[in-house]
Design a protein around this ligand. Structure first.
Ligand code: FAD
Length: 383
């Protein structure tokens, strides 16, 4: 690590210690960590990896995710705030124009949230089967359709909506053609939000269904215009998402490392059969397996992030990193819970929360199965 990277780790550790005492609260109350959001916004960390010209922190992705990993050890819900806003911000900063500057500055300052609205009820893994449309009407675009699993959608100022761009009088194209992204302010007429209800973990953040009914947006709000016969609007942002999915892996790793720290402390103090649990080889081997999984995945994740920082993005390396981190982390947290015995199953530990939280990352940011398809295709070539 460079000196600067070490400073980001230190900052992450300081914040993790601040956020730890209330981490259980956001989970049990399904409450948004508002006070943590405010603190992160004041420190400029909701735009940590955004260019300074937009009010961002100018951090590299490696630096940003060293911070996120540390926060995840204590409070994954809070780590997700940093991650998600940096993703939306990077889409706007990379592909947006002057019409997006104001929202980007507000996002970096922590006074406005912007969500990613991709998934639809009938277009999940097969994202390019989406049916939301943006139809041109003079100088405006009119958005119609519905989105689901929209994180932070209950409180966002705007949504980055994936839509099929359609010229007046023509039929919507199919497959990945004609897809683009338009920024839709949450308070525009025709936008409505429906809560999705209780979920397994990561309960400090809410997901919603979004509905767009004839929502008119100015042409300046188009982030990437979908064009007939072109798949660029769909494929270009994948450069940002390759990094995003690694970020999901890093959060899972942070939870796993946090779980290991708790398990090690427990094994050192709890005695059974006249010995410390730490002295049983079977448990040491469980810890060793956990360490191998975490150390290996960490290297894959930071290699993939360094590549993006260096201007090279690799779907293959990102997919390898995300699978190793999220699948490994789930097993590690489960094993750590086992090492605490009955105590691990109860909320005080708080391994049970960590196990529920870490599960999400095998689904979001590309499921394990879809990413295995990516790796497989890279190895044998696409038909
Ligand atoms: C907590 C949470 C937050 C989310 N936040 C957002 C958000 O903010 N914005 C957003 O746009 N989306 C969000 N999502 C949606 C997420 O990206 C999707 O859930 C994910 O892409 C999978 O889509 P799906 O749920 O429709 O599953 P499906 O696509 O229906 O897949 C179901 C199962 O089938 C498997 N499968 C599908 N196709 C294949 C195949 N070709 N080969 C092998 N296996 C396959 C999948 O791996 C999965 O196991 C969120 C989801 C969750 C759970």
């Amino acid at each position: 690590m460079t000196e600067r990277e070490r400073e980001w780790v230190e900052l992450g550790r300081t914040l993790a210690a601040e956020f730890a005492p209330r981490a259980a609260h956001w989970d049990t109350e399904s409450a948004y960590p508002e006070e943590n959001h405010k603190r992160l916004g004041e420190l400029g960390l909701l735009g940590a990896a955004l260019p300074t010209e937009f009010g961002g922190g100018g951090a590299s992705l490696v630096e940003c995710y060293l911070l996120v990993e540390e926060i995840s050890k204590a409070c994954a819900n809070t780590a997700l705030l940093v991650h998600d806003q940096n993703v939306s911000g990077r889409i706007l900063a990379t592909y947006g124009g002057p019409g997006h500057r104001e929202i980007l500055e507000r996002l970096a300052a922590g006074t406005a949230e912007v969500t990613i609205a991709m998934t639809e009820p009938q277009a999940g893994s097969a994202l390019y089967e989406l049916t939301t449309t943006a139809r041109r009407d003079g100088d405006e675009w009119v958005v119609d359709g519905g989105k689901t699993y929209n994180s932070f959608g209950d409180r966002a100022a705007a949504h980055l909506v994936y839509a099929r761009f359609v010229e007046t009088g023509s039929a919507p194209p199919s497959g990945p053609e004609g897809i683009g992204i338009v920024l839709v302010d949450a308070d525009r007429r025709g936008v409505s939000v429906t809560p999705m209800g209780r979920k397994l973990g990561m309960r400090g953040v809410e997901e919603v269904d979004l509905h767009f009914d004839g929502v008119r947006v100015p042409a300046s709000h188009v982030v990437i215009e979908g064009r007939p016969g072109s798949t660029e609007g769909f494929t270009r942002p994948l450069e940002v998402y390759n990094a995003t999915r690694v970020g999901m892996g890093v959060m899972a790793l942070g939870i796993a490392q946090g779980a290991m720290d708790l398990a090690i402390a427990h094994l050192r103090t709890r005695r059974q059969f006249g010995r410390r649990l730490a002295d049983f080889q079977g448990l040491q081997w469980m810890l060793a397996d956990a360490a191998v999984a975490v150390e290996g995945a960490r290297l894959l994740c930071y290699r993939a992030l360094s590549e993006v920082d260096a201007g090279r993005t690799s779907a293959y390396h990102s997919a390898c990193a995300k699978i190793a981190a999220t699948e490994g982390a789930f097993r590690v947290v489960d094993d750590c819970l086992q090492m605490l015995g009955g105590a691990g199953y109860f909320a005080e530990a708080p391994l049970e929360r960590m196990l529920r939280d870490v599960r999400m990352f095998k689904i979001t940011g590309g499921t394990t199965q879809i990413l295995k398809n990516t790796i497989g295709r890279a190895l044998v070539g696409r038909p």
